[in-house]
Design a protein around this ligand. Structure first.
Ligand SMILES: C[S@@+](CC[C@H](N)C(=O)[O-])C[C@H]1O[C@@H](n2cnc3c(N)ncnc32)[C@H](O)[C@@H]1O
Length: 274
């Protein structure tokens, strides 16, 4: 079977999916360990590739996301290796990166709190001149994030730390965070596929889902430069609560909806306390 035939065949089998063309192209690209542009040739799939192609197609047809099948995910046009120590970077988080990049100026400093696969930190490092630091409590996550920085040629400083614990005396112009934000009820009802493939540490935000926002907002002023800004990804019903937390030390608190119309980002500027 030729690469292009494989794409067309996958497209027909995956026709029930929202973007079956992109899914089929991405699936074949992952099978041949190449880029999406590499599929548009007359080349035959090797017998190994053909076996993998059929296996992956069956899995995808059953609903398993490509990221779980291939341990690979595309985020902000960048390829990331993922495993079950990290959250698969989500398209919603690309909007957080886009918004932050509109604010980040030349040679400013950025902290990605709870970096996971390194998605936010690496996307910011590759698309700005910022000095980027990324923190995670998980040793395994930092290992994979470091690997992703190397394979993507991104300069990021990685630190294993429980929130700000290892950042004493450090200050940043921006803190960006997509912390765990699923509450207990939602976590209990979560799809088995997600629970089996992604770590609870990356998903569960405590009984009310707001634990990390409270902690980060409380400590952030100590770690931000004057005029610093904070950007959070939030769950669909968390904008009011997170905005309330921010009121004490931040102003110009804004909420942005995602492409689906759900409140998805809260961002704000540090109050000046001269
Ligand atoms: C929702 S995931 C986000 C991962 C990545 N930033 C992304 O957007 O795809 C949250 C991350 O926070 C990390 N985390 C959980 N508790 C933490 C803590 N106390 N200190 C630092 N990181 C923590 C988890 O290990 C996980 O990688």
């Amino acid at each position: 079977m030729k690469r292009l035939e494989a794409v067309n065949y996958a497209k027909s089998r995956l026709s029930g999916l929202r973007d079956c063309k992109a899914e089929a192209e991405w699936l074949v690209a992952l099978v041949i360990k190449g880029k999406r542009s590499d599929i548009y040739t007359d080349k035959e799939l090797s017998s190994e590739e053909q076996k993998m192609f059929l296996f992956a197609l069956n899995e995808r047809e059953k609903g398993v996301p490509l990221a779980y099948i291939f341990h690979s995910a595309e985020f902000y046009g960048i390829e990331f290796e993922v495993n079950n120590s990290v959250l698969i970077p989500r398209p919603e988080t690309e909007e957080l990166v886009s918004l932050a990049l509109k604010h980040i100026g030349i040679h400013e400093s950025v902290l990605d709190m709870g970096t996971g696969s390194g998605a936010i930190a690496i996307a910011v490092a590759k698309n700005s001149s910022a000095r980027v630091t990324a923190v995670d409590i998980s040793k395994e996550a930092i290992k994979i994030a470091k690997h992703n920085a190397v394979t993507n040629n991104a300069k990021v400083e990685f630190i294993i730390s429980d929130l700000f614990e290892k950042l004493d005396g450090r200050k940043f112009d921006y803190i960006i965070s997509n912390p765990p934000y699923i509450d207990k009820k939602e976590y209990d009802e979560l799809d088995k596929l997600v629970k089996d493939n992604e770590p609870k540490l990356a998903l569960y935000g405590g009984e009310d889902g707001l634990y990390y926002y409270r902690k980060i907002v409380e400590e952030a002023p100590k770690y931000l430069n004057r005029g610093g800004k904070i950007f959070f990804e939030i769950g669909y019903n968390q904008a009011d609560a997170v905005s309330k937390f921010l009121e004490k030390d931040f102003y110009d608190i804004k909420v942005q909806k995602d492409l689906e119309g759900q409140e998805r980002i809260v961002y704000a500027s540090l109050k000046d306390r001269r």
